[in-house]
Design a protein around this ligand. Sequence first.
Ligand code: F6P
Length: 378
Amino acid sequence: MLRVGMLTSGGDCQALNAAMRGVVKALVHSSDEPVEFYGFENGYQGMIYGKYRQLTGKDFQGILTRGGTMLGTSRTPFKLLDEPTPEGINKVEAMKDNYNKLGLDCLVMGGGNGSTKTANRLHEEGLNVIALPKTIDNDTWGTDMTFGFHSAIEIATKCIDDIHTTASSHGRVFVIEIMGHKVGWIPLYAGIAGGADVILLPEIPYDINNVIKVIEKRDQAGSRFTIVAVAEGAISIEEASLKRKHYKERIAARTSPSIAYDIAAEIINRTNREVRVAVPGHTQRGGAPCAYDRVFATQVGVEAARGILAGEYGFMVADKDRQIVRVPLDIVAGRLKTVDPACQLVQEAKLMGISFGDEGVEGAINPILRPRKEKPKK
Ligand code: F6P
């Protein structure tokens, strides 16, 4: 008998259900011994509090196309892992206990960066863990792709497409805020796919003067509208000069709803243009997975099943040059895959005239992304 525990952790995304279905279908089809599946509810919280249910074949019917996660999810910050719960429960010990009580052979965890750190910790504590790379942000180290990313790009691109028609009718400037607090993969891809004139990313601090210049240049060329795609975590050159702590304080003290509104206000102040803001928000994480994500998530699930059948654990399934590979959890844990400002795609976009707002101020680094100084050991 094989016993497999499953959970989904962190922000949800499309194709989480497809990935779990991949694990289950491959195991049921290929295992010589019977397999039992246990789903922990609402991420690591279910594992901490012993909230789980046994899953049957029925649970996995019709879920390939369903967005969200049928197990529920939650954020369990890694940095608080060693702090007890409000009830005084030691989280790591509780997770180990519940794993052992169920007699699990393995835990399959669909999660992003922080969740994979916790998965690695559990693996270090002696549990058999396999991670599946989920997140719309595509910021997981060790994999070219995460599932959810392509679905999110489709939605963000559709938003930019739809805004294009109304922006051009009215001759307005639109600031469209796309998800990505620390990394800008979604705004980069959706911005290019949607034909944005300006793309502002957390990895490339911008000078607002450059944004204004694009708008004015387009005006002079007779283009009545401008589309600015801005990441949630886009940062001005001035903010980038702050210390991490001060930048965080600045963001915490923001009185506008978000960065898009700040940028829109600056454009209004500096030009005579009509400016509007559009924020697709969590729609980018919602709805059915696109075909690409369904296939990729299925492949990821099948690879996890192959690991379980072979008794091999302690890895995250990953995509490397369109091949499904395994990356040790300790290599992935705690690392972020950011957009390299010098990468081919950014350079190509610049060559065709898309502004990243950094003309003349290239090379500034977001304090959130600056490598932390090693603390001297006492
Ligand atoms: O991690 C995925 C993500 O959607 C980010 O792009 C976004 O910044 C964040 O989660 C939003 O978090 P929440 O769902 O907690 O508001």
